[in-house]
Design a protein around this ligand. Sequence first.
Ligand code: ATP
Ligand code: MG
Length: 582
Amino acid sequence: MRGVCDFVELDESVFDFVKSIALKNASQHNGRTNVNVVLSHLMSTKLDLKISVDKLLPIIKEVVQEVNNLSIERQGVLIQEFSKYYKEEKSFEKGVSLQELANAEQGKVITRFPPEPNGYPHIGHAKAAIIDEEYARMYNGKMILRFDDTNPLNEKIEYYQAIRDGLEWLGIKPDLVKNTSDDILVLHNYGKRLVSEGHAYICTCTSDIIHKNRAEQIECDCRRNQNEANDRLHRMFDGQYSQNEAIIRFKGDMQSLNTVLRDPTLFRIIDHPHPLLGSKVRVWPTYDLAAPIEDSMDGVTHALRTKEYELRNELYYSILSRLKMRSPILIEFSRLEFDGMPVSKRKIKPLLEGGIISSWDDPRLPTLIALHHRGFVPEAIRKFILGLGITLAETKPPFETLESINRKMIDPISLKLFFVSSPVELRVEGGKFGKIELRNHPTQDLGNREVEIANKFYIASPDAEDLQIGQKVRLMELYNIKILEIRYENNKKVLIGSYEGDRVIQNIKKIQWVAENDAVEFSVKVPKELFIGDIYNPNSLELKTGYAESFVSKLKAGTLVQFMRFGFCSILNGKSATYTHR
Ligand code: ATP
Ligand code: MG
């Protein structure tokens, strides 16, 4: 039925496209949509509709009316029918957006996520791990979780577990879990082979000399003197050198413009117990040696890593070619970073050690444990990451993008409750007394709660500041009042109001409240940017205190709530919560 306007010269697909947007929006808003929302969605799509807004408007009006008249069930059926249009939406809505991998065969792709257990995993690791996993699934292949644990100075058992927990929370199930240190003897053997075949040498120069020679592109005597190689090799592995006395270096190319190739370190001696192997092993491979060999041995077909390793690619391929080992394809993607938030263990650790933050789950951090405790859900993180796609372009998306994805996901499962910060007393004359029942969610079945009300309430101080004598305001879910008087008792502001009926009045302010006899002291930790530019922000963790409904004391830690007109929060205990986002 298209009575309102003439579609004769319009492409049929315009009408359908408008309808797809209206349906989608209605499905997110209890079966109702409206003209403005549909128009703004249309304007934000990249599609060239070749039609002006004034021609579009009557179409939108008609479609909105039609959609609003349908039952929710019927809307659901139509959404299925219009599914092809949703593929055209922005990448964040679209979800999976990974491009094909080069030389990938179904059933044969093997990827790996190789974290070093030297800290808690963060959202950057989520990016790497999710991409590895998605590709493995896309090609019916396998994904390996490999702990790259070859620097005992930095690694701890606690961190292996934290990484496992983080991945489990994200819903990532590796097909194989292993440690690089499991293969330490194999790696030693490859190192020995490189030396005995003349591709590597034991260097006993001081680190200053090594540094200088690298800069000046000079080959040292250790490199030239092949006669001593075997003797030195024995000494290296027999414990006859002390730490810092000798390293094994790759015979790269001291003349190369790529400084990475100027005889990089393959093994060094570290006298520090390893979390899994204890003090049995002293000679530890570097990442440059271990990564290519492990990837090759593990059958990895596509090794994805962040862009900063790009200059090391030549070395990676070169080591494998000297060892005549199969080489995976290296693929780079950009590091995920945020303004004001350190997405790197290297940056987070000094903050912990310096006492600036006290734990890995501090809500100002983008670690997975912090995001979890703060109220983010793993589905939102996955959607966010996949929306970014795998690109080499610097990814510094606004953190708000993740927040808005999360908000949409937790909105239907968050209990809608009241919290008033910096409370101000409100007394109402003529209002009802006794028990009332409030719904925990306007549209979802999240149960009800009972609140005993009398004539005393608390409201939030920003609201109290705003209200004028004579103004009408609605106490949300309760009734309307009129402000009669604003007075001070013992230097405290008190508002006096009169009951003005139950019926919702259009266009008056609605404010949250807590009944005096139902109020419990409550505080919310609100994380802000940890850094402004490069400078630590001393106000990065704000504590908002006030009263919440006593119902909060019944909630388990981790329950997600939306304190109306305040924000989404994750309950810590009966007295406090962490702010998730607006
Ligand atoms: P950090 O600076 O946090 O120590 P890292 O790169 O040293 O980072 P690893 O544990 O060695 O951390 O990294 C494991 C994998 O995660 C690597 O493939 C690395 O490229 C990837 N990765 C680490 N940080 C990020 C990030 N911010 N964005 C995307 N991928 C990342
Ligand atoms: Mg690292």
